[in-house]
Ligand binder design. Structure first.
Ligand code: NAD
Ligand code: ZN
Length: 254
């Protein structure tokens, strides 16, 4: 394990363009449960019944009550953990150029990363179904469910539900970043949701080194990714960043 941390740090330090692809796992240590896997939301609720756009349009109050209200409570309180903080540090060191995230919690931006491509939108905003006006989630009162815009239209999270398209601009920028990077860090994603899971394939096919950080293996492990560093994102990313800084310092002193 220590060898893999050292190797990753070395690869990052000499790379000219590093991109990270992150999933729900990167925010688990901030108290936000993932969808799949142990402790995931899908153990409690059926995704197609609550996270599909058709389900929302059919019964917005039900989706607000069961899914969105709980997410709002959790996301309003969440703060970046060592993984987000470590990735922001890698950007400051001039190593990481952008993050493609499937998360909607805004924690990468809160940690200080400046180029975050949000594949599935952002939960920080709600959008009116009638007039498309946006309002910040923390300003939305839950006294009335579903909450409404001042025009009377129903509010929905500015996120991508199942059954909706990935915003074309984000998809294009993600593909470009994946194609151009020479190292891709794939952190805390089960790599089951397309087209996000295809980004490591693009990176690999264009010659990049693909490194996974996850307590579990994924469909990418042993095929698309060069190796998996098994463990929680906070601990592993912190160790990698410490080692990168150590190696940069040693090089300066040499
Ligand atoms: P996922 O829920 O499918 O999988 C989570 C992955 O994280 C798993 O592979 C799991 O092994 C790993 N993991 C668990 N704990 C970890 C830890 N401490 N460190 C590192 N990895 C850990 O997540 P997904 O692939 O991102 O797909 C689910 C979709 O649901 C996303 O596309 C996203 O839009 C949405 N979602 C977002 C949030 C958020 O914004 N924080 C939370 C839940 C779901
Ligand atoms: Zn409105």
């Amino acid at each position: 394990m220590d060898d893999l941390i050292k190797k990753t740090a070395k690869d990052l330090a000499v790379s000219s363009k590093v991109v990270a692809l992150t999933g729900a796992g990167v925010s688990v240590e901030s108290g936000i449960p993932p969808f799949r896997g142990k402790g995931g939301l899908w153990e409690k609720i059926d995704p197609m019944e609550f996270a599909h756009i058709d389900a929302f349009m059919r019964n917005p109050a039900k989706v607000w009550n069961i899914l969105i209200r709980e997410m709002k409570d959790i996301v309003d309180k969440a703060r970046p953990n060592d993984a987000h903080i470590g990735l922001a540090r890698l950007e400051k060191l001039g190593i990481l150029s952008s993050i493609i995230t499937q998360n909607v919690d805004g924690l990468h931006q809160m940690a200080g990363n400046s180029d975050v491509i949000e594949f599935h939108g952002n939960f920080a905003w709600q959008k009116c179904l009638a007039c498309e006006r946006k309002i910040e989630t923390f300003r939305v009162s839950l006294d009335e469910i579903p909450p409404k815009c001042s025009c009377g239209g129903i509010l929905r999270p500015d996120c991508v539900f199942f059954g909706e398209m990935i915003p074309p601009e984000e998809l294009m920028r993600s593909r470009k970043a994946s194609y151009e990077c020479d190292v891709m860090l794939v952190i805390g994603t089960s790599a089951l949701v397309q087209p996000a899971a295809y980004m490591p394939v693009i990176a690999k096919e264009s010659g990049a080194l693909v490194i996974e950080i996850n307590p579990e293996s994924t469909p990418l492990t042993g095929s698309i990714s060069d190796y998996l560093i098994k463990g929680n994102a906070g601990k592993i990313v912190k160790e990698i960043v410490t080692e990168v800084e150590h190696q940069m310092q040693s090089r300066k002193n040499a």
